[in-house]
Design a protein around this ligand. Structure first.
Ligand code: CU
Length: 225
């Protein structure tokens, strides 16, 4: 027998579920990161941590990949949530040897040839910056930045990021960059993101000049592996 009352309850619950889903999906955080001269800063990690400390763990085993292409790590900066398993394939037809001495994660993947790389990923289980290097190619350098929130992004060449679908609420929004001078008050801002709101936060970073080993020239005829 057709039950009108049951159908009515079903329709109402569909509307309620859809309504709350839309309400939660509307919040967006935009950021622009510049240096003190006003130039856009690429490769900066912007991350928003709920002040309540509550994070919505929708993905219990997140994964990421850092490739090695033409003797460079790709990408240069990879933000990940704590617990992320990172795979290190090698797309070059030569061997690489990946290592980190950083306290947030110390590891080594001894020389390995082209291919998928070790089948066991490296689990990044502590927050902080991890500097990656290659024993063979001194100029190869990259960073994993481990954060305790699922809401993060890395800036493009325009210095911008966009994080969508944050739950509404109060956040600490922070920025990190490999060349950033010591984190200070200006690298952390508290922001309230109301239901349906799009909020934009600007950051201005003081960047260090750092010496980086130069990549061997392809044109110079020098021998390099
Ligand atoms: Cu290498």
């Amino acid at each position: 027998m057709f039950n009108h009352r049951y159908l009515f309850i079903q329709i109402i619950s569909v509307i309620l579920v859809a309504g709350s889903a839309f309400g939660e999906a509307g919040q967006t955080l935009n950021s622009v990161v510049k240096d003190i001269k006003g130039k856009p800063v690429a490769d900066a990690v912007v991350y928003a941590t709920p002040v309540s400390g509550q994070v919505n763990v929708t993905d219990p085993a997140p994964q990421a990949t850092i490739d090695q292409i033409d003797k460079e790590f790709v990408n240069y900066v990879t933000p990940v949530k704590i617990g992320t398993a990172v795979l290190f394939p090698n797309s070059d037809n030569i061997r690489h040897h990946v290592y980190s001495f950083s306290t947030a994660k110390t590891f080594e993947i001894p020389l390995y040839p082209q291919g998928a790389g070790p089948s066991v990923p490296i689990i990044f289980d502590k927050p902080g910056a991890v500097v990656l290097g290659c024993n063979i190619h001194d100029w190869m350098k990259a960073y994993v930045y481990v954060v305790a929130t699922p809401y993060f992004a890395v800036t493009d060449k325009h210095g911008t990021i966009r994080i969508e679908n944050l739950p509404s609420g109060e956040y600490n929004v922070q920025v990190w960059h490999p060349r950033m001078k010591k984190a200070d008050k200006s690298s952390k801002q508290q922001v309230r993101i109301a239901a349906g709101a799009t909020v934009t936060k600007e950051f201005t970073l003081k960047l260090k000049k750092v010496w980086r080993p130069l990549r061997a020239s392809k044109l110079g005829g020098g021998v390099y592996r």
